[in-house]
Ligand binder design. Structure first.
Ligand SMILES: NC(=O)C1=CN([C@@H]2O[C@H](COP(=O)(O)OP(=O)(O)OC[C@H]3O[C@@H](n4cnc5c(N)ncnc54)[C@H](OP(=O)(O)O)[C@@H]3O)[C@@H](O)[C@H]2O)C=CC1
Ligand SMILES: O=C1OC[C@@H](O)[C@H](O)[C@H]1O
Length: 335
């Protein structure tokens, strides 16, 4: 089955996503339409990527009968309303991270998708990389023993990026980058519930978080130490420590290498003719294929990033923000 995609938001990540999917899977995935707030924005994007239809306004995309699934690539603050609109018109959805602004919005969207029997997934692309599948296999096999410790320090110097520093645009290090460090430790400790989360960090002048660190403890001596900064580059390596050995994942959010006690495993990315805007964006293709496989087999969630995990991720981000004193207008919004 060919999966027919629509794209909501003609910005930077949508650009990379379309190139990645078109390059990796020219037959099984087709982009049939793109929508932007302005018709000009959509038309330019459509021309650049060979997409047949361009809409000024997301509503027209939601109404297009030729679209099976919509990739939502607009601002964090727009994810909830855009996803809701698409689900209400019967579209499956792959929504960029962070899924929404908070746990309340997240639960609402997932309820809606379930009630309509539609697929929805938070685009935590990391989870769909071959490195994550292999690291999971190794953890499950017992090769590194009992996994007791996970660490990751994820930072980029991003003060120049407006959507990241502004409250109105749903900014902050936690929602933009912290989502990755939290999903990483969640991936390591799977379905365990934290016993305690200790949090600290700094705010910027606009009142959003520019850095944040957390120590998360789990039962049976397990713990994670995670930190993020939108001001400086950090090592960006995920570390998983077991009683018999350690796994290291350089570029843990979009990895191509896994360092194991038995050597280094390499997983090169698919090639593309066109340049990307972000590091390792070719790997954005894997989540698209996971979405296709799930939809084909009648699943409404992806096994690598389940609804329960998306809800837990939102709960943890809310908790970190609360500890830091960061609130958004969406937090007091009623439905
Ligand atoms: N997976 C990954 O590696 C990455 C994911 N992301 C995520 O993707 C999303 C978009 O990020 P990115 O592509 O960098 O963002 P952009 O700044 O490129 O903006 C994306 C879209 O958001 C809308 N938008 C931008 N600015 C405004 C504004 N001032 N007011 C209203 N709408 C606006 C526009 O939609 P339109 O075209 O409809 O006008 C724009 O095309 C975020 O949620 C981010 O977290 C971002 C980078 C990497
Ligand atoms: O998802 C992301 O990953 C890479 C970062 O540079 C970017 O800000 C973020 O949105």
């Amino acid at each position: 089955m060919v999966l027919r995609w629509g794209v909501a938001g003609a910005g930077r990540i949508s650009h990379d996503f379309v190139i990645a999917v078109q390059s990796a899977y020219p037959k099984d995935h087709k982009f049939v339409a793109v929508a932007a707030r302005s018709e000009d924005g959509a038309t330019t994007f459509a021309k650049d990527h060979g997409i047949p239809k361009a809409y000024g306004g997301y509503e027209k995309l939601a109404m297009d009968p030729d679209v099976d699934i919509v990739y939502v690539g607009n601002l964090n603050t727009q994810h909830f309303s855009t996803c809701k609109m698409m689900l209400e018109q019967g579209k499956h959805v792959l929504c960029e991270k962070p899924f929404t602004m908070n746990e309340k919005q997240t639960r609402k969207l997932i309820e809606l998708a379930k009630s309509r029997k539609l697929f929805i997934m938070e685009a935590v692309w990391s989870r769909c990389f071959p490195v994550y599948h292999e690291a999971k296999r190794i953890m499950d096999s017992g090769e590194i023993g009992d996994v007791l410790f996970a660490a990751v320090h994820f930072g980029h110097a991003l003060q120049h990026v407006e959507r990241l520093t502004s409250v109105q645009m749903g900014g902050g290090a936690i929602l933009d980058l912290g989502v990755y460090m939290l999903q990483f430790q969640q991936y390591v400790f799977r379905n365990l519930k934290p016993l305690h989360v200790a949090v600290n960090g700094h705010l910027n002048r606009a009142g959003t978080d520019e850095s944040c660190g957390a120590v998360i403890t789990y039962p049976d001596g397990k713990m994670a130490v995670v930190s993020t900064s939108a001001r400086v580059a950090l090592p960006n390596e995920g570390v998983i420590v077991g009683t018999k050995g350690t796994l290291k994942i350089p570029d843990f959010w979009c990895p191509t290498r896994l360092i194991t006690p038995n050597g280094v495993k390499e997983y090169p990315l698919p090639r593309s003719e066109k340049p990307y805007l972000h590091h390792n964006s070719a790997g954005l293709c894997y989540q698209a294929e996971e979405a296709r496989k799930s939809i084909l087999s009648g699943q409404i969630e992806c096994p690598h990033m389940t609804h329960a995990e998306t809800i837990e991720l939102a709960r943890l981000m809310d908790l970190l923000r609360k500890e830091m004193g960061v609130t958004f207008p969406e937090d007091s919004q009623e439905f």
